[in-house]
Design a protein around this ligand. Structure first.
Ligand SMILES: [Zn+2]
Ligand SMILES: [Zn+2]
Length: 248
């Protein structure tokens, strides 16, 4: 299975997991043209588009995705906030804690903490990828997970960098208050990772890094030193060919 990062920041988030036969889109917070191009215009193999929440950087092109006859899976709170009728024939309403199947992908949404109606993260299972954790736009992850094989997780900011910018008067207070209640620091990301058994994990992908309050190389080093795993920063265009259960 191949993971493609189309975009990963507050400007837009979209990721594709695919093999030759099937694909799943995770988030559609970019122009639909970019999603189609990343799929080589092979929309027929898309089983579903998962959306975590209604912020535009996660669902910008949801109406185009639906128009392309792709099923969009989201919670009822997110569906309403996106302005889509819940009865739309391509909408799949999902609930935290339940299991859903889209082609060979099995998905369990779980609750997260963000300043929106009903945000979720996803535990995605496929025979090739094993268990994939996808979590973004939350200041904490309340669950732990068993037998993870690949992890896609937010590392938005560093508490250290924020403290330093604060001393220099570079951050407005309201921004800081929001960030703490809506996004995950690299420090919390590390605590979250360590709370889980990582023995079977092959890839850790750090996503949704903030422009001013993050440092890609430092984050990558921190997480690889702490976990001993293969760590990637989700730059636009990143492709991980071996996003699998088996390391080789
Ligand atoms: Zn976001
Ligand atoms: Zn958000």
């Amino acid at each position: 299975m191949k993971l493609t990062v189309i975009s990963s920041s507050s400007d837009g988030n979209s990721y594709i997991l695919e093999n030759d036969q099937e694909a799943i889109i995770i988030e559609c917070g970019v122009r639909f043209e970019r999603i189609m191009a990343a799929l080589d215009y092979n929309l027929g193999k898309v089983c579903c588009c998962l959306v975590t929440h209604e912020h535009k950087d996660h669902c910008f092109s949801v109406k185009d995705v639906l128009k392309a006859s792709i099923t969009v899976a989201a919670t009822i709170g997110t569906i309403r906030q996106m302005g889509i009728p819940p009865t739309h024939h391509r909408i799949k309403q999902i609930e935290a804690g339940k299991l859903y199947e889209f082609g060979g992908f099995r998905v369990i949404p779980f609750k997260i903490e963000h300043d929106v109606a009903e945000p979720v993260g996803f535990l995605i299972n496929h025979a090739e990828t094993g268990n994939v954790l996808f979590v973004t736009d939350t200041y904490l992850v309340p669950n732990t997970f068993r037998d993870l094989h690949n992890i896609i997780i937010e590392a938005n900011f560093s508490q250290d960098i924020i403290n330093k910018r604060n001393e220099l008067g570079l951050i407005q207070d309201w921004r800081q208050a929001r960030i703490y209640k809506s996004h995950m620091s690299v420090e919390t990301c590390l605590t979250t990772l360590k709370a889980n058994d990582l023995s079977k994990v092959n890839n850790i992908v750090l996503i949704h890094l903030s422009d001013g309050n993050s440092h890609a190389e430092m984050f990558k080093q921190m997480v690889s030193e702490a976990t001993g795993k293969s760590v990637h920063i989700a730059e636009p265009g990143l492709i991980i060919e071996n996003f699998n259960k088996q390391p080789f």
